[in-house]
Design a protein around this ligand. Structure first.
Ligand code: FMN
Length: 405
């Protein structure tokens, strides 16, 4: 049962690390695809996060920042390795934190779903499908993951970011380990949920140990994969319970995967917030502050989620692309973002449309650009094709011979 609280959408939230978020509204992680193709931030990206910060949010999270260029989600991802352009990363941190906003990096590793043209995907177990194929990671490769995430978090802290979000949702590497569908291992990292969560727990511990006490360590976790044979809510509640006491400051609840043909949260069109039932179940086993991402379209839904005590913060992705000033709008006129209606929904079309609109926002031209889903897919794919060359050019030395371009 949820209990009502005195908290409201615009009341501050103190995280376990002592950081105070100025309100409860967070721009959830989106892969904005605004990197320069060589892993570094661009002026459009800086402007986008500056606009979001100016719009009154408590925190925004940059999606899919890679510590290792070998396993990207897309060639527009940022790569925060030891050769990154630290001046550009610092400038992005500075502009994205104006107006008292927090800016966090979502630490990614796409594992079996790494972007094929620029990677040799590897995951917990070997898989072959028409749309993707992956090799099995060796024990040594698995054991290197926690320290890899920790190094990236340490760099983020040194460059002026206030936190990181460990990406353990949506079917990417850490989510693959949690999921019996991807993870068929029979060693210490596969089998029971205790074993499947081991890599995540090791990673959280390594990241926490690598950063200052007041640096935020958040996690994005699937309530369920929404796939037959995938991670179930029962398993996921056990993961939530095991994270207690590990120094996690915020647990962001999501669901779905980008497994070919599977439902993903960013393409979902059902009405109402998606994961509040699971948040209520998670509340019973953890004291970590909770956030739910997905499906919030109306101020009233967000207010209710906070006032009921179901969650401590709400995460919105598409709403922030439609109105970058959403918190300010909700506070003043109370108007909700106007969601576009599309006649047909080709696979990936919604994600492409919202991604291209982030570019428009970063160039202050969103009022002048109109595109349908097919045009969005074309623009999105052709931009990625161009970036593949840039990516290979910069990271070629790190690649194995088979994927040199
Ligand atoms: C264009 C786009 C890119 C996304 N990229 C990411 C990502 O990099 N990491 C992530 O955790 N979620 C990503 N998501 C999912 C969102 O964070 C969110 O979970 C989902 O869109 C549901 O929230 P919404 O209904 O507020 O859009 C993305 C969503 C969209 C629309």
């Amino acid at each position: 049962m949820s209990t009502t609280t005195n908290s409201s959408l615009f009341s501050p939230l103190t995280l376990p690390n002592g950081r105070v978020l100025k309100n409860r509204i967070i721009k959830s992680a989106m892969s904005d695809s605004l990197g320069d193709g060589r892993g570094n931030p661009t002026p459009s990206q800086m402007r986008l996060y500056e606009r979001w910060a100016e719009g009154g949010l408590a925190a925004s999270i940059i999606g899919e920042v890679q510590g290792d260029p070998l396993y990207p989600e897309k060639p527009g991802n940022l790569v925060l390795d030891d050769t990154a352009d630290s001046v550009a990363f610092q400038e992005l941190a500075r502009r994205g934190t104006v107006n008292g906003a927090e800016l966090w990096l979502q630490l990614g590793h796409a594992g079996a779903l790494s972007h094929l043209p620029i990677s040799q995907p590897k995951g917990p177990s070997a898989m072959t499908f028409p749309e993707f194929r992956a090799e099995e990671m060796s024990l040594a490769e698995i054991q290197a993951i926690p320290e890899g995430f920790a190094r990236t978090a340490r760099r983020a802290s040194a460059l002026g970011y206030g936190g990181v979000q460990i990406h353990a949702a949506h079917g990417f590497l850490l989510s693959q380990f949690l999921s019996p569908l991807f993870n068929r291992r029979t060693d210490a990292y596969g089998g029971s949920i205790q074993k499947r969560m081991r890599l995540l727990i090791d990673t959280v511990e390594a990241v926490r140990a690598a950063v200052p006490d007041d640096f935020t360590v958040a996690i994005k976790l699937n309530a369920t994969d929404q796939l037959d044979g995938g991670l179930t809510e029962n398993d996921s509640v056990q993961v939530v319970a095991a994270l207690e006491g590990k120094g996690v400051d915020l647990l962001d609840i999501s669901g779905g995967t980008y497994f070919p043909g599977a439902p993903s949260s960013s393409e979902r069109t059902t009405k109402g917030p998606y994961f509040l039932d699971f948040a209520r179940a998670a509340r019973t086993v953890t004291s970590i502050p909770l956030m739910a991402t997905g499906g919030f379209k109306h101020r009233q839904e967000a207010e209710q989620a906070i006032a009921s005590g179901d969650v401590d913060a709400v995460g919105l992705a598409r709403g922030f692309v439609l109105d970058p000033n959403l918190p300010m709008t909700w506070r003043t006129s109370g108007d909700d973002p106007s969601f576009p209606r599309f006649d047909t929904l080709p696979p990936g079309g919604m994600t492409a449309w919202f991604t291209m609109r982030m570019l428009d926002l970063g160039q202050d031209r969103e009022a002048d650009v109109h595109r349908n889903l097919i045009e969005a897919i074309d623009e999105y794919e052709s931009r990625d094709d161009q970036r593949i060359t840039l990516w290979r050019d910069r990271f070629q030395a790190a690649k194995s011979p088979e994927i040199r371009g």
